[in-house]
Ligand binder design. Sequence first.
Ligand code: NDP
Length: 330
Amino acid sequence: MPYQADESRYDTMKYRRTGRSGLLLPAVSLGIWYNFGGIDPLENSRAMLRKAFDLGITHIDIANNYGPPPGSAEETFGRVFREDLKPYRDELVISNKAGYLMWSGPYGEWGSRKYLIASCDQSLKRTGLDYFDIFYSHRPDPDTPMEETMGALDTIVRSGRALYAGISTYSPQQTREAARILREMGTPCLIHQPRYNMFDRWIEDGLLDVLEEEGIGCIPFSPLCQGILTNKYIDQIPEDSRWARFEEMFWGDEVTAARVAKVVKLNEIARARGQTMAQLAIAWTLRNPIITSALIGASKPQQIEDVVGALDNLELSQEELGAIEEILAS
Ligand code: NDP
């Protein structure tokens, strides 16, 4: 049966403006860092992409190195796009990035013009797309002039390979510099993709102010702290969890007893609101209007459904926010 998107897909999703741009993004976006690689069952990846779009998640986030193996998440996306989503291309915002190691030799990572443009071309081929909606510098390169990296993004946009330029994990100062250079080139910086969740709040220390002043959107990744800010680890470490499967790649997050103890208390607040822990974590991430979208990952379609349920109640009272602060500081 060919895929037919759910006709009610725009009924409940909320769309938020990306900085001071014309682009609206869904309050929840789906990234394909894990669970869409060559090692993962294609039909589950397909089911998640379909579920996301059926729920009004119009934004899918990719990077060249997602897999494993690197590049295979793009191939999975490309296949599902070709077989299911192609008729909806103009309803989708697909982003891609380059910055981390992708191929051997001196041109396979970081922020040179050589790497970014070659990587973008490879990513277009692997996904089968004609263009990306957003193309990011995945990480700042301490050894390449910012003008060169931003110049490459500008070229990528001007040549039609992407519609908008973005940056990821840049510091407040680097963000200001990147925004200035891009503005001068006539390709404004659309969006910043930083890491942000209840356990990692570095963006509150300057970055959010810069983004507001510059009119740049913000799409935090790992808002569930890779699954720690859900009910999943409260009683045990499930065998099919990311922590059990990929502990060595867990990106600085750890499932510790201290964290789980906090999640147990946070979960009480969630329950009192009639929400799951994941829903509370998403409502908290979106509490600041500068945040455009919460960029989640998933291993099952039901998780996406659960997270989107957060949109039924995004309001957090002063009492609830105070109680959350107390738990996080304890
Ligand atoms: P999350 O913090 O949302 O973690 C996703 C994981 O949480 C899932 O794989 C699943 O874990 C668990 N989960 C999700 N929903 C639920 C639920 N309702 N109930 C229970 N568990 C749930 O985000 P990610 O860390 O996956 O990052 C999201 C995206 O951000 C990436 O796909 C990527 O696009 C982007 N990213 C960008 C980076 C950058 O440098 N710019 C770096 C990292 C990510 P499990 O698999 O255990 O079931």
